[in-house]
Design a protein around this ligand. Structure first.
Ligand SMILES: [Fe+2]
Ligand SMILES: [Fe+2]
Length: 168
């Protein structure tokens, strides 16, 4: 039962976000590192997986298509934030990348208001004026912090478990 549920999450992320998952720009984010040895692409898929899992486990009744697509695009900033031109005090990646991701995503996809809110507010409370205003955005904000903590602290056991489930 548990495996069937997990399999369905993977299948449904592909169903809802197939165009994103196979797009040139999304695939190119696999060369940019997010945390430790995890790429931005894999991080985004993990956040989508964790968001869908949370939604189903806690019966949050989120709009799943928007939840999955918003999560896949939440870090769609499309540059290497560790490179000298993008890191440091001048660039403040943590503060600005949700806005850049939103701009990039809006250029390529017809975003709903929920998807816009997910992408633009996922760093809250760091970006304190961009507050999650729908449950989908709250779920992605929580999932992103959870996954980012695992990746940054290299909590390998959990990390491997999620990696196995995602198989990105
Ligand atoms: Fe982010
Ligand atoms: Fe993220």
């Amino acid at each position: 039962m548990k495996n069937t549920k997990n399999f369905n999450i993977r299948r449904d992320i592909h169903k809802y976000g197939n165009d994103i998952l196979h797009s040139k720009n999304f695939l190119s984010s696999n060369k940019n590192i997010q945390h430790s040895d995890v790429s931005v692409m894999k991080h985004s898929i993990k956040v989508a997986y964790a968001s869908m899992w949370l939604n189903r486990k806690l019966h949050l009744h989120c709009k799943e298509r928007e939840l999955a697509r918003g999560a896949l695009l939440h870090d769609y900033f499309l540059y290497d934030w560790h490179s000298p031109e993008h890191c440091g005090l001048k660039n403040l990646h943590g503060f600005y990348h949700p806005g850049i991701a939103l701009k990039n995503a809006a250029k390529e996809y017809k975003l709903t208001d929920r998807e816009r809110n997910i992408i633009g507010s996922h760093m809250w409370p760091l970006t304190f004026r961009h507050i999650p205003t729908c449950r989908e955005a709250w779920v992605v904000t929580a999932a992103d912090k959870y996954i980012s903590t695992i990746e940054s602290l290299r909590l390998n056991k959990l990390h491997k478990f999620i990696k196995k489930k995602v198989r990105a």
